[in-house]
Design a protein around this ligand. Sequence first.
Ligand code: CA
Ligand code: CA
Ligand code: CA
Ligand code: CA
Length: 377
Amino acid sequence: MADHTIFVENRRNVFSERRRLRSGCACNENEGKSNVHVWTFKESLLPHFEPVQPELFAAAGGQPNCWADFDNDGDLVLFVGFKADLPNRLYRNDGGTFVEVGANLKIDDLPDTRAAAWGDFNADGNFDLYVGFTRKSGAANKLYRNDGHGKFVDVAKDLGVDVKGETRQVSWVDFDNDGRVDLFVAFRDAPNMLFHNEGNRFVAVAKDMGVDDPRKTVGAVWFDYNQDDRLDVFTANQDGTLNGLYRNDANRFVDVAHELGIDAFGRPSTSGSNGLSVAEFDNDGNLDLFVAGYGANFLFHNDGGGKFTNVAESRGVAGGIKATPSAWGDYDNDGRVDLYVSAYNCGGSSSRNNNRAGCRCGSTRASVLPVCEKKSC
Ligand SMILES: [Ca+2]
Ligand SMILES: [Ca+2]
Ligand SMILES: [Ca+2]
Ligand SMILES: [Ca+2]
């Protein structure tokens, strides 16, 4: 299978008509092997995508990525973490032209990189970067403080967040609404960690707060599912371990996934969950959750009041052979968010899920799934 990434830009945002996508694919292997993104659009009324600086972005081995305006010049820059022995990259955006500056800024780490997130932990107006590695790499995770003058300094050890493990998801969130962003680190091979930001240091509080999920977490998403103004977190867990939904009760998190029937109870060890994405897909005012996975995808419609119903089958997005990341976006600007899910190891029969678009490339299949086809959605 090809092993490269092509970064694409949507140059057309308004469409007069929706047409069926004839060709397009994207591939992602979740276990750190490779990423492939290739798009081909053959009908004139479809959004028109063009590769952006493919000579720069077509680099093998890309894994996590995240965007931020780290230099406050009004342009978003892109950080990409890479497989072992390939230097991580930072693509600075100079008015629409990207320049790779990872080495210059000394954030071109070589250990296998599986997670990264920008967050302004010290509230100085400059985005800082947390980078997570694998346990096998032996590297401790890093927190790069951005001094605002083009220099990053790793302060992870000084601030107490230089942890090691199979890091899979890092999130900057203000879980206690004190105005300082806190750090959540999910591990595939160890209890998840939550670090409270106390200004000049971080304090590990996951155990005390009850959010130290010991299962095999590979994805986590924070959102206020019950609208009490406190962020809750859903954890997507692998190898048959059940998923969690930790309700934030201010002084404690409580896993309510089982009582809400959304923990995938009874699934075999061959099943698991991966890429999470939150959207308000039916415009009823409640945030809904899509969970991509092995064995089954879930689309949890939030019925309000913190109750969920899995509507993946009826909405045609159950899929789930080897689904990995997912993302919502209104790609055709009709006011309804659409869902993109990538997958791999999709040999055997194809389940197109009434797809608006789908394709196969080698052993990989990717799909754009229509969740809403009716104006009433
Ligand atoms: Ca900062
Ligand atoms: Ca906080
Ligand atoms: Ca909440
Ligand atoms: Ca909704």
